[in-house]
Design a protein around this ligand. Structure first.
Ligand code: DGL
Length: 266
């Protein structure tokens, strides 16, 4: 592999753009190629087998785009497909998932009561509970699937009446009463991080996977001596099914204008 090759990043749709944003800030010299599988979103409601199948095909596409690394910017795909992708493609590219850096960040802080919110697929996999308990036996983990949050955010309902009510309904449950930290284990959720911090009156440490993943990407590229010196091409953004509404929402996730191209890999 060469340092001039791109970093591939994928998600079920556009939530992974929050991770792209963080990587771009941490590593402005890198050429990024994003793929959002808008034809199959949401992954959170799919079976692990289906998510593995999609992830394999997308990784093949990103390898064809000459990627030295693939970042699985989706918790549902990280929990279902990371091991499979390593088995299939190790030696051809590096993989970074979004679960491990978040688990490390929270367990290093040594909290007793940790809450996790994510899609159904991520919660069903038990990956956060198992990995947190493995690193920090004393921790109690309260996990909950919050499937309304991703579509709510995509439709632009945050910092308002609807999001306050949905957040209150989910996080007002008794198991979240005494948590010290809450993991936003879905790459859509950074957009409502502030609102959740406010909800807990800033008494709960709310962690998301944006900066911790960008740091992991940088570390790994450095270790492998694969950091780019200078970006030679514009970043590219592909989706498997284009609509104007995805492009409009993508701006909200990415924070600036974006041109989505269609890659029909199915
Ligand atoms: N962004 C995806 C994740 O991190 C969730 C969205 C979906 O269900 O497709 O799990």
């Amino acid at each position: 592999m060469k340092n001039t090759q791109a970093i591939g990043i994928f998600d079920s749709g556009i939530g992974g753009l929050t991770v792209v944003n963080a990587i771009q800030k941490a590593l402005p010299e890198e050429h990024l190629v994003y793929f959002g599988d808008t034809a199959h979103l949401p992954y959170g409601d799919k079976s692990a087998d289906a998510i593995r199948f999609y992830s394999l095909k997308i990784s093949k596409f990103l390898l064809e785009q000459n990627c030295k690394m693939i970042v699985i910017a989706c918790n549902s795909a990280s929990s279902a497909a990371y091991k499979t992708l390593l088995d299939f493609f190790s030696g051809h590219t590096l993989f970074v998932n979004v679960v491990d850096p978040l688990v490390e960040a929270v367990t290093q802080k040594g909290y007793d009561n940790i809450g996790v919110i994510a899609t159904k697929a991520t919660i069903r996999s038990n990956i956060y509970r198992d990995k947190i308990k493995h690193n920090l036996q004393k921790a109690t983990v309260h996990s909950m699937a919050t499937p309304l949050l991703a579509p709510m955010i995509e439709e632009g309902f945050f910092q308002g009446k609807i999001s306050h009510s949905v957040i209150d309904t989910y996080l007002g449950r008794p198991e979240f009463k005494n948590i010290d930290a809450l993991l936003l284990a879905c790459t859509h959720y950074p957009l409502i991080k502030k609102e959740i911090e406010e909800y807990f009156d800033y008494k709960v440490d709310v962690l998301d996977s944006t900066d911790v993943v960008a740091t992991r990407v940088k570390q790994l590229l450095k270790e492998e001596d694969l950091l780019a010196q200078k970006r030679t091409q514009k970043n590219e953004f592909y989706v498997s099914d284009y609509t104007q509404s995805f492009e409009d929402t993508a701006v909200v996730f990415y924070g600036e204008e974006i041109e989505l191209k269609t890659a029909n890999i199915w």
